[in-house]
Design a binder for this molecule. Structure first.
Ligand SMILES: [Cu+2]
Length: 311
């Protein structure tokens, strides 16, 4: 029965619309999201491990989802009212007026107010992302309507990430050592080559950027001088910054959990744009100390990474 199918489909759509409600979205979060990389069937943002991503998640789950959901329901209600009350059968002789000053003022002013209310925490999060911690400044964290309540120490490690065609180069600026980070596998092997069980395809790399846990990392982001624009993005850290030739952009992160966090180049940069993932390995302070000492001494990433626990 065609009509029956139609209504079943409508039922499915209504269920999908309900899933957009914030409470449902939060329920989906549990168990559906893996740490550090996307999971099949994932519905929510990737799990946060930094104060900035806490802010982004709180902003998204809180004011943004409620605003969007209420607007969707309001518009849906208007559409239903119009369909029921003003169809040709129910309302054979339509009114002929065209303007109503009061309603026009309302539908101009109310959206402006909605945007202003969204903009206030949004600019707060943006300002947090762009401001290097000095040990004094307080950050919003998970409470985007606070005046700032999260302490973040000043950075003690500086890393320069440079977008190349098509891979990333990382430099520990103060230690004067750098290395290239390439995707595992190649086009010929469909990117399966060398990937160990549990490593995500198209995200795993040969050499991960190693950083210590609970440490503020100053991140400088650029692109090779003769190259193109890339973008450095790690969802779990709430980072996305353009990598522009001849420009040194800057952001920071402070990861609270050890693990490997994956990201991707997020600017359409050329033929291998999809094959220059970012992998950041967050290790304990002791492990990082051993790694960076070995790296600075031997200037050999593979030998230095060998001092870290096996993955
Ligand atoms: Cu790129």
């Amino acid at each position: 029965m065609v009509t029956g199918q139609f209504f079943r489909k409508m039922g499915a759509s209504a269920a999908a619309a309900l899933a957009l409600l914030p409470a449902m979205a939060s329920a989906q979060e549990i168990g559906a999201v893996g740490r550090g990389h996307p999971e099949p069937g994932q519905f929510h943002l990737q799990e946060s491990v930094t104060p900035i991503m806490d802010s982004i998640v709180a902003f998204h789950d809180g004011i943004l989802m409620w605003t969007i959901s209420l607007i969707v329901l309001f518009v849906l209600a208007l559409l239903v009212i119009i369909m029921v009350r003003f169809n040709a059968k129910a309302n054979p002789v339509p009114a002929r007026f065209t303007h109503n000053t009061l309603i026009e003022v309302i539908w101009t002013v109310v959206p402006i107010l909605v945007l202003v209310v969204i903009a206030i925490p949004s600019f707060g999060v943006l300002s947090d992302q762009m401001t290097m911690p000095d040990g004094e400044r307080k950050y919003l964290g998970a409470n985007v309507f606070s005046m700032g309540e999260v302490d973040v120490p000043a950075p003690t490690l500086t890393v320069k990430a440079s977008g190349e065609q098509w891979y990333w180069n990382y430099e520990y600026v103060d230690q004067g050592v750098a290395f290239d980070s390439n995707i595992l596998g190649s086009v010929a092997t469909n990117y399966h080559q060398d990937i160990k069980p549990g490593q995500p395809r198209l995200l795993a790399v040969d050499n991960e950027l190693v950083v210590p846990v609970d440490t503020t990392v100053q991140l400088q982001i650029t692109s090779s001088p003769s190259g193109v624009i890339h973008a450095f993005a790690v969802p779990s850290f709430g980072i996305k910054v353009d990598a522009v030739p001849g420009r040194l952009n800057e952001t920071w992160f402070n990861a609270r959990q050890t693990g490997i966090y994956y990201g991707q180049c997020s600017e359409l940069c050329g033929k291998d744009h999809a094959y220059m993932p970012i992998a950041v390995r967050v290790v304990t302070a002791e492990e990082f100390e051993a790694f960076i000492t070995a790296f600075a001494e031997n200037r050999d990433y593979a030998a230095a990474a060998a001092v870290l626990p096996a993955l």
